[in-house]
Ligand binder design. Structure first.
Ligand SMILES: *Cc1c(COP(=O)(O)O)cnc(C)c1O
Length: 427
């Protein structure tokens, strides 16, 4: 069933560390070997052996409109004929900036970069440059890309592989990072009481997706806002995953929060490498060459990447799919819940909009310590049972599953039936 993927992986392992260019793809948390993909369309992935899967990764978030979405492909085809990179400004960059600013409530100016990692790295530098302070608060289990100073108690691949601190991250780089507990307003207050005017910024995932989906409490969101305001620190909302997914204006619009800086990625590039950071104009004016905080990129604002981003954001703005996604995702949630209940599977199911995680946990998951109690071996068995039934889930318990507009009712029904069988088989 997987012969060609097996051969391709053997070749890749000799050439690329672990055979993959990003560890989350390696299936390390579920055992076995990764599937190599030949092509995609709509809700489906096709592997080298010709197997078709209903895809719930969506390239780990970007493909909210499904794979090979025709308007994005058309925009790319038109853009590519005009050349692939200019290293000089284009009107497309302003157009993408305009769309971002129109959609995301707190963003008045925005800088385009090439990944979510670059966006958070740059936002942190800007927060430090703007405030003249050094320390950053981040939450255990939140992932903000592989930025040295943020690669401490990070979720996702780092959590899965149990490397809370990567070798190569110096004590110096981590020394100015303070780890707090998610959903713990009193803990955050204690940190501010102790560090006060040393804290440049608090960076957070407004719905955590990188320890599986963990939902913030209203009290936590209020504390983030009030404490940063009171102590003169910036609130950096990492919407790389939630931006344009939980609503057109992201989690901040959905929850009515107003961060100082916002980071974007994933959907903003429509499947091409784009990240962005933006916020209050007064702060963004400190970025070079308007201000003195250095940040640059040879391929930033690339014409192909901006074309895909513009086509995606235009489509989302012209006919917002969020009600439709809510209906589809609620159906999937109800089906998975019923499957877990009827098979006697201990579970905690968290969903916000089209982000969902079914935790194999006996008690609620509200932060990293509770997430860490999941039965990850059972998840691994469930994952493979689903693969054998043509369903491609995120290959780790600590990731969010994404629903796209391309998932049909029949796809969801098939998934729910498969989950029922897979839970039984996974024991
Ligand atoms: C994916 C992600 C990142 C990193 O983005 P990359 O494009 O992979 O560098 C940062 N923050 C959050 C919340 C993410 O989900």
């Amino acid at each position: 069933m997987f012969d060609k993927s097996h051969t391709a992986f053997a070749r890749a392992k000799n050439l690329i560390p672990g055979g993959v260019n990003s560890p989350a793809r390696a299936f390390g948390a579920v055992g076995g070997e990764p599937l190599f993909i030949d092509h995609t369309e709509g809700a489906y992935l096709y592997d080298l052996d010709g197997n078709r899967y209903i895809d719930y990764i969506g390239s780990w978030g970007p493909m909210i409109l499904g794979h090979a979405y025709p308007p994005v492909i058309a925009a790319l085809e038109a853009a590519v004929r005009r050349g692939t990179s200019y290293g000089a400004p284009t009107e497309a960059e302003s157009e993408l900036a305009e769309l971002i600013i129109a959609c995301v409530p707190s963003v008045e100016q925005v800088r385009l970069v090439n990944s979510g990692t670059e966006a958070t790295m740059s936002a942190i530098r800007l927060a430090r440059g703007f405030t003249g302070r050094d320390k950053i608060v981040k939450f255990a289990g939140n992932y903000h890309g592989h930025v040295d100073s943020l690669l401490v108690a990070a979720g996702s691949a780092a959590a899965t592989l149990s490397v809370p601190n990567s070798p190569g991250v110096t004590a110096g780089a981590a020394a100015d990072t303070i780890i707090a507990k998610y959903n713990d307003p009193a803990g955050l207050e204690a940190i501010f009481a102790r560090e006060d005017s040393k804290i440049a910024a608090v960076v957070f995932e407004p719905v955590c997706g990188n320890m599986g989906v963990v939902i913030p409490t209203p009290e936590f969101l209020r504390a983030l806002h009030e404490l940063t305001q009171k102590h003169g620190a910036l609130l950096v909302c990492d919407e790389v995953m939630t931006g344009f997914r939980l609503s057109l204006g992201g989690a901040q619009q959905r929850f009515g929060i107003r961060p100082d800086l916002t980071t974007l990625g994933k959907i903003v590039g429509g499947g091409l490498p784009v990240g962005a950071y933006g916020g209050r104009k007064e702060i963004m004016q400190h970025v070079l060459p308007a201000g003195k905080v250095f940040q640059a990129g040879t391929l930033s604002g690339n014409p192909l990447a901006t074309a895909a981003g513009i086509a995606t954001l235009r489509a989302l703005r012209e006919s917002p799919p969020y009600e439709l996604l809510e209906v589809k995702s609620a159906k999937l949630e109800a089906g998975l819940r019923a499957a877990a209940e009827s098979t006697g599977t201990s579970h905690w199911l968290a969903r916000v909009g089209s982000m969902l995680t079914l935790f194999f946990a006996a008690s609620p998951v509200t932060d990293w310590p509770t997430a860490a109690k999941c039965d990850t071996a059972r998840f691994g068995r469930f994952f493979w049972q689903m693969i054998h039934r043509g369903i491609y889930l995120p290959c780790s318990q600590y990731e969010a599953l994404f629903v796209s507009t391309a998932h049909s009712d029949a796809d969801l029904d098939h998934t729910i039936n498969a989950a029922h069988e897979a839970m039984q088989a996974a024991g």
